[in-house]
Structures are given as C-alpha cells and as structure tokens.
Design a protein around this ligand. Structure first.
Ligand SMILES: *[C@@H]1O[C@H](CO)[C@@H](O)[C@H](O)[C@H]1NC(C)=O
Ligand SMILES: *[C@@H]1O[C@H](CO)[C@@H](O)[C@H](O)[C@H]1NC(C)=O
Ligand SMILES: *[C@@H]1O[C@H](CO)[C@@H](O)[C@H](O)[C@H]1NC(C)=O
Length: 915
C-alpha cells in the first residue's frame, strides 16, 4: 500500500497539450489572485485552481471552525448566495506579442461568470465542464500590468432565475429536493457539479471559483489539443488496426497550414511502430480543426494488449505525436500513454430478454466494483495522491470496474491515468442525474460543447469502457418520480432532445469505438426500441438495474433481483468514531452530537427516514443493541450499522457473482456487480465503503473477499447447502487445493464436523452439497445454533489459496447460543518492513469461542489499516497485520491503543442469556 503511494510521485511526466509558449497563471506559480465581494467588504487572497469556500476559510473569515464541522454547511451557506469577484494583476514578457495567436484559456470555471481583461469583456461562462478560450491578442499589454477580472454570479440565484424563466412555460422538475437533503433547489438549471447543491449522502457547498488552471497560450503553428484512438482487431491478418484522430487548435481561421504528423509508439525506448502523415489543416471560426482518421496497423505479435485488473497486464505504451509545420520551428510534441484494447457491449437475444455484458479484447468480463462520487464537495480539496489512494483501495478489493456517477464531475485527468495503470474499467455517466433537464436552445448549445470537449479529453484512455447519458432519468420519467406524468409528452420530448439528439449524437461522432447507453439503469437496445423511455426501465431481463430495498430480509439472497447487470445497490452505515470526531463536538461536551437521535446525526442523515431504516435492519438481523447510555448507544450503532452494511452487501454481491452461471427461468447470466458507493464526500451516514479521508469501513474489508478472484461461496438453495466456487477465469488460474467445510457451534471453538473435498476444479459448478436441516440435526445442530465455514488450502502447506468464507444459516436475532467470547490480543510484534508496507505490526489474537464481526480499531486516529478486519473468528488463534501509512518505529503505543470488539458484546439478548 505504502509503496504504491510513493510510486505516485515518479508517475508519467506527460506533456498534455503542446503549444508554442504558455504561462500558467496558477497561484502555485506565484500569481497573486484576489477574491472579493463586489463592494469589497470582504477581500481575501484567492487561490487558482480553487474556490471561494477554501479561500474564505484560509483567510479565517469563518468563525465557526472547519467547513465540514457540525452545522457549517448550513451556517456558511450565505457564501453561495453572494456574487464574488476573482481578479489578478499580471505582467507578461514582451516576446509574447510576437506570437500570431494569444489565447487566455480557462480549463474550468465554476460556473457563471463574466470575464474582463483590461476593462474589455472577453465573454461569459455558464458551464463548469467546459474549457473556455478567449483571443486576447488585441487586448493584452506587454509594457504594463494586465488586469483580469472574473465576476461570478451566485450559482443558487442563477439556477433559481433560470427555473423561474422556464416555469413561465412549464417547470423543469423537481422544483426542489426533499427537505432532508438540507440543500439548494434547481441544480438541474446550472451546468455545475449537481451534488454541490447537496445529495442524500453529502452537503451543499455551491461554491464559485476557477477550479482548474488558467493559462495564457501563444502559438505560431497548429497545436495539438487532444487525440482520439479506436482499435479494431483483425483476427485473420493478426493485426491491430489503429484509428487515430488528432484535434488541433490553429492560430487563425480559414488559412491553410501544411505540415506533417509523426506518431510513434514505443516500449521502453524501443520503437514498436511509427506512422507519418502529411496534412493541410484549416481552422474553423473557433480556430479549431481535426485531422481525418489516420489509420495504421500493428501486428498482434508486437503488442501486449491492455486488460482490466485480474485479467492480464495493464500494458501501456509510450505514444508521441509530433507535428512539424512546414517552415515553422520548433515542432509541437505531445507525449502520453496508449493501451491497446477493444470493447464491445454484447446484447444477444436470450429465450427471455437479452444479455448485457462487455467483451474486452474479445473476452467477456464480469464487472466487479463500485460507484464513484466526487471525492470532496470542493474539487480543490481533491489531490492526485488521494485519487490514487482510493483507486488503489479499489484494486486491493479486486475491483476491475468503477462507475463514475452522473451527479459529480468529469474527473481530473490524473484519475484516468491511474485507472489505466491499475486496470479499473470506467463506466462513465455524463453529468446529468436524478432530474428532468431543460432542453432549450441555450442549454443544448452549452451541453454540446461540454460533451464534445469531455469526450475528446477522455476517450483516449483504455480504462473508459462505456458512456452513459445520465443517471436514473429514464426511470425517473417513466415512474413519475418528480410529478411529470401530467405532462409526460413534453418531458419525454425534452429527454430525447437532450440525451438522444444531442448527447448520443455527439458521442457517436466523437467516439465511435465505444458503446453508449442513454441512461443507467436502462434496458439497453430494448429502451431504444421503445422510444428511449422504456415501459419498465428496471426490467431485469434487459440492460442494467439499480436496486435498493431497506425493508426486506436483506441477508437472504432470494430477496434480490436477478438482473443482467447490477450497476447500483447498497446499504447505509454510520461513519466511524474517527470520522465523526472531526465533525462533532468532543464526547463529554454538553449537547447531543453523540446521540443517535441527536440533531447533528439527524441533520447529516439526508436520506429521508434513513436512521429509522438502519434501526429496523440492524435489529432485524443482528439484534437489539444493549441498554446503555445515549453516547454508548451511538457508538454501538456505528458498529452495528457498519457490520450490517458489510454483511448485506456481501450477500447481495455474492448473489450477483453466482448469477453469472445460473439461470432462473430465463433470468440470470448476470455480468456485473457495482455496489453503491465507493467513497464518502463528508462525515455522515452513507452507503460508502471508504470514509472521507480514506479510512476503510468493514464493507471494504469484506469486498476484498467477496470480490476475490477465487471465492468459495456457501449458500442455501431449496433447502440444500452448497459450495459454489467462483473463479473469474473458469478454473484457468486456479491452484489445486483441498476444500474444507466445517460445521461449528456458536458455543464451541472446535468444529463438530469437517468435510474434506480434495479435487476441486473451480469450474463454477457446485462442488459439494447437503440437505441443510437434516445435516445440521444429524450433528446435533440447528440453524439457530451452528454455522459453516469453507476454507480452500494448499494440501501440503495448509496455506490458504482463497479467502475463508462462511454461512450463517440464520440471522443473529434467532441464534440461541451466541456467547460473549474472550477475544484477546496475545501478542503485538515489533515494527518491520513487509512486502505490503514499510511499517507493519503483527497482532496475534486468541479466543475461547467463535466470535462474529471481530473489529480491530485504535483509540487514536491512525492512518493505515489492518490486513483483515470485521472477520469471523472461528479458530482459537489468528494473526493479522497493521499496515501503518505513517512512519512508526515502536509498536508499544500502538499496542496500548488497540481495541477489539465483537458482536456478542453489543447486542442485548446476550446480557439476558448470560445473566
Ligand atoms: C457589501 O455586500 C455585502 C454582501 O452583499 C453586504 O452584506 C454589505 O452590507 C455590503 N456592504 C456595504 C458597505 O455596502
Ligand atoms: C431473522 O430471522 C428470524 C428467524 O428466522 C426471522 O423471523 C426474521 O424475519 C429475520 N429477520 C429479517 C430482518 O428478515
Ligand atoms: C472447466 O470447464 C471447461 C469447459 O467445460 C474445460 O475445458 C476445462 O478443462 C475445465 N477446467 C478444469 C480445471 O476442470
């Protein structure tokens, strides 16, 4: 873990965009920006890239503490109701004026602003996801300082004004969010990160600012902005057909530029292929032009294809695109990475419905992963290192896929580079979520630019798997989530104008080599056949499905649907003590910050009824928490909700994995499980497996097991208990081993029976099967007293070849013999360097009874994690390691800090039993 993080700093030194001359006007380069209210009653240093909330915070304008502390999302909301000015005085060297074109380029403006240079208006912005380019050749001064001014409008007021204008005709719904969201209305009227107006897992911080770089770019020749690549595999001639298109900026419009492109692909300095093409390019009114498609071949034998994590290498080659304009020196060069791979979305007819899965380089890939939201509510708080930490944690959990959800942002370029490197396939929503959207001319125009620019920026990445037009808007329209039914035809017409006539058309033009689906979830081709708004977008027979249920028996796989692909599903849990500590007043201070029914938790629970649902699920599966103080109850609920979340998502994820090979009257053949959601945006109740800051919840530890390449699932179907091996490659990579199935009582540490299955072939067939109840009763057990485990190990060494798995035949409310085990830390070793981490400490544990959901934690907030956690301890001893992210030399303070908890200590019926 640690080693990987260190590697981040020697990452590819890519040249992204190649121009004659550039000045990066970022604060980090010494440019002193100012942020101010228009009447100057507040004036603070501004940061670029950055935004007003962090600028005010750093200038100590806020008196209530950190941005994410207690109720500050509400208390600091005034900031978003104001207009703000960002300004910069800057001087440029005289030589700049010799360039034939000089542009001021804004890589990201959040969001609505008027821009002036030296008192002359340059233009107006209204879309956070667009790069704005202004020709400043005539306005720029080289002898005296230049004055740049960006006048931002309140995004909240702007959105409301657009809504009001539109509502004269008909309102674009919803009119507002549920009050539980504590948010702002009408995010759908502004092209800004939709969740910056709040979501059911995050706060509203509708900030303003320059969230990406601002650069002065000057050039004399054609420059390279972006490139597109699409591959075809010619199996007969054994060739990769490489189709490439180069998107350029030109110094002028309507004038021919003759020159030559040279494309070189190499591997560690060894040239694999070069290709040369002479062109004549002529810029349009916007001084842009693209080459035609340049095609060249590379023999299969020369190339190791790029494959997702777990499926082969993530081989990336060095790509160099050089443009030499005739008579102009020097040439412009763009250097990046390129990965060879094809992608197909397969929707073949089945007896009922159709398949829905992806082939990567011809191989069907079962998607294992999660859903990605913005990693912070203020984009400037997201670092490359944090992106790497989150994606590495995904890889550690054997994920090969991630869905970038449509209410956030098109991610930072570094995100895609890391995904390419780690082999995480990206299902990429466009940034439209859970709303109807306007479809007037002005809106469609800005959308068109956004989609074209973003697809051009991102389509070169091998990790990007599919584009999706929006999140849940087809199903929202069909199921009348926002009251659109009375005017359905109008909303449907707008839906088609936006996602089909605009977004789909542009994506197909710009990226013909990649699948596109109009919505997620949808029925894929079937939705298209039904005029893009299917009669039942959640139909499990077609496409992908989002499924949530907080009231059923969620520890029973039979509760879950049988979709072709599960792209969202999940359960909430509370944040950890460590996370909550950064949001709340300290324990012991007056107030109810640490009460389950306290105001702070209530305000942070944005999912309506969420806290009651959590109690219902926890009490239904784990049991009622012990009688205790309000603070201890809050702490107990952290533990219980986190364990419930982990177990429920394990059961659901295993179900989807098994379903790859099962057929239930035509349903099944599932090819993906992406749970909701990977990471948190703040410290609050949420569906995340990783908390704000990077700490793993029990769920993430579980994911390392339920998504393991080889996993032996115990499950009960029609009264039979079976072991279902799941190996992603159908046995191909499986080491021979012996499978041990143990039957164990909750009140004895040694197994009652051990079944030994010597020749396991891992071919996704049932390896072992018994009628559950009679097998239990034959051994003096019942569903209420015993549980099963499965281990797969090397017959010689006894070392595990797959994660252990278990089956709880009943939930814990029904277990009659669970005992408070004596789980003890018997030894804490010295700090040593392991293959995983520079600062590793081994912890030895012992127990006298089986203990469920054993949770290791430290009292102080330590960065790092345990190699295993939230586990079932069914053997007398167990060793786990702590991998510290911070350098440590002495393990004594760590030992004194260590805490161990297990289920029986917390639930109530044990007190009754043991008394
Ligand atoms: C300046 O603007 C702020 C915010 O709109 C307002 O609260 C304040 O009263 C104004 N100050 C003056 C001196 O006008
Ligand atoms: C837990 O198990 C008991 C006994 O089998 C059952 O009655 C109950 O419905 C289960 N809980 C949930 C939430 O399904
Ligand atoms: C798994 O099944 C496939 C197809 O039935 C077969 O070709 C392969 O040899 C089997 N693998 C093992 C390890 O038994």
């Amino acid at each position: 873990m640690i080693r990987l993080i260190l590697l981040a700093f020697i990452l590819s030194l890519c040249i992204n965009y190649s121009v004659g001359y550039e000045i990066d006007l970022s604060t980090a380069n010494g440019y002193q920006w100012e942020a101010a209210l228009p009447n100057k009653s507040i004036q603070v240093p501004g940061r670029v890239p950055g935004s007003i909330y962090t600028d005010l915070d750093e200038a100590n304008i806020f008196t209530g503490g950190a941005l994410l502390f207690r109720f500050n999302d509400l208390d600091y909301r005034w900031v978003s109701y104001e207009d703000w000015d960002y300004s910069l005085t800057f001087q440029v060297p005289a030589e700049v004026s010799s360039y034939s074109a000089i542009d001021l380029v804004f890589y990201g403006v959040d969001t609505v602003a008027d821009i002036e240079l030296n008192g002359s208006p340059l233009g107006a912005t209204n879309n956070m996801f667009i790069r704005y380019k202004y020709n400043i050749k005539e306005i720029l001064k080289t002898d005296v300082p230049n004055e740049l001014l960006i006048k931002f409008k309140s995004p909240v007021k702007y959105a409301r004004d657009r809504y009001d204008e539109q509502a004269v005709d008909y309102p674009v719904l919803p009119t507002c969010l549920d009050p539980a969201y504590q948010g702002e209305c009408h995010a759908n009227h502004i092209r800004k990160m939709q969740s910056s107006f709040s979501w059911d897992w995050g706060p509203a911080f509708p900030t303003v600012g320059l969230w990406q770089q601002v650069k002065l770019e000057a050039y004399n020749s054609v420059s390279i902005r972006d490139w597109w690549v699409g591959f075809e595999r010619d199996e007969i001639q054994q060739l990769w057909k490489v189709n490439m298109k180069i998107h350029c900026e030109t110094p002028d419009s309507g004038i021919d530029h003759a020159g030559t492109f040279t494309v070189t692909i190499s591997d560690q300095e060894q040239v694999v292929q070069t290709f040369e093409k002479a062109t004549v390019l002529n810029g349009d009114d916007n001084r842009q032009v693209s080459t035609s498609v340049l095609t060249f071949d590379v023999p299969f034998s020369q190339i190791t294809p790029w494959m997702p994590n777990g499926w082969g290498q993530q081989k990336l080659y060095d790509l160099k695109i050089e443009y030499q304009e005739n008579g102009v020196t020097p040439s412009v060069i763009l250097e990046e990475k390129i990965g060879f791979r094809t992608v197909e979305l397969v929707e073949d007819d089945l007896q009922i419905g159709r398949t829905y899965y992806f082939r990567v380089n011809g191989e069907p890939v079962f998607l294992k992963g999660s859903n990605w939201i913005p990693s912070a509510v203020l984009p400037e708080l997201i670092t490359d290192q944090y992106l790497r930490e989150l994606l590495t944690a995904s890889k550690d959990a054997h994920m090969n896929a991630m869905r970038i959800w449509g209410g956030g942002i098109y991610e930072f370029t570094e995100f895609y580079r890391i995904a390419d490197e780690l082999g995480i396939l990206i299902w990429h929503d466009m940034m439209y979520a859970c709303s109807m959207y306007p479809a007037d001319e002005q809106f469609l125009e800005t959308v068109s630019i956004e989609i074209r620019q973003q697809v051009r920026r991102l389509s070169r990445h091998p990790s990007v798997l599919i584009w999706a037009g929006n999140n849940e808007n087809e199903v929202a329209l069909r199921q009348n989530w926002y009251g659109t039914a009375s005017n359905f035809d109008t909303y449907k017409a707008d839906y088609i104008k936006l996602y089909v006539d605009t977004i789909k058309r542009i994506v197909n033009e710009e990226d013909p080599a990649r699948p596109f689906t109009v919505s997620s979830p949808s029925n894929g081709k079937k939705s298209e056949e039904e005029g893009y708004v299917s009669s039942n977008p959640g139909n499990p027979e077609y496409g992908d499905v989002h499924y949530y249920n907080y009231f059923g028996d969620m520890w029973n796989w039979e509760t879950y649907p049988k979709p072709r692909m599960a792209t969202e599903y999940g359960f909430q849990a509370l944040p950890s003590v460590h996370a909550w500590t950064t949001a709340a007043n300290p324990i012991g201070e007056p107030g109810d910050d640490w009460h389950y029914d306290g105001q702070l938790l209530d305000t942070r629970q944005h999912h309506p009824g969420g806290n009651d649902e959590l109690v219902l699920q926890v009490e239904g599966q784990l049991g009622k928490a012990r009688e205790t103080t309000p603070v201890q109850r809050f702490l107990d609920m952290i533990y219980l909700t986190q364990m419930h979340q982990a177990e429920a998502i394990k059961i659901e994820s295993e179900h989807y994995r098994r379903l790859q090979y099962l057929d239930f009257d035509g349903l099944g053949h599932c090819m993906g499980s992406l749970y909701w959601q990977l990471q948190d945006i703040w410290q609050g109740p949420s569906w995340a497996s990783i908390e704000y800051g990077g700490r793993w919840k029990p769920l993430h530890h579980f994911a390392t097991k339920f998504f393991a390449p080889l996993s032996f699932m115990l499950w009960v179907r029609d009264g039979n208990v079976a072991v279902y091996p799941h190996d992603y490659r159908n046995g191909a990579d499986m080491l021979p081993g012996v499978l041990l199935i143990k039957l164990q009582s909750w009140s004895k540490i040694n197994p009652i029976v051990t079944e030994r299955i010597p020749n396991v072939n891992g071919n996704s067939t049932i390896e072992w099967q018994k009628p559950l109840d009679s097998w239990l009763s034959d051994n003096g057990c019942s569903r209420q007293t015993c549980f099963l485990t499965a281990t797969y190990q090397d017959p010689e060494t006894g070392l595990p070849l797959a994660p252990d798995s278990y089956l709880y035949p009943s939930n814990f409310t029904a277990v009659t013999n669970l005992a408070i085990a004596n789980v003890q830390v018997t030894n804490v070793g010295q700090v040593y360097e392991s293959s995983q981490c520079l600062w590793t400490i081994d912890v030895e544990l012992s127990t006298d009874m089986p203990a469920a959901f054993v949770w290791l934690d430290t009292i102080t907030d330590r960065k790092g994690r345990f190699s295993d956690n939230a586990f079932l301890m069914s053997t007398p001893t167990k060793t786990v390691s702590f991998w510290s992210s911070d350098p440590i030399t002495d393990s004594t303070p760590f030992r004194d800090d260590l805490q161990v908890t297990h289920l029986a200590q917390i639930i109530r019926y044990n007190e009754i039993q043991s008394s």
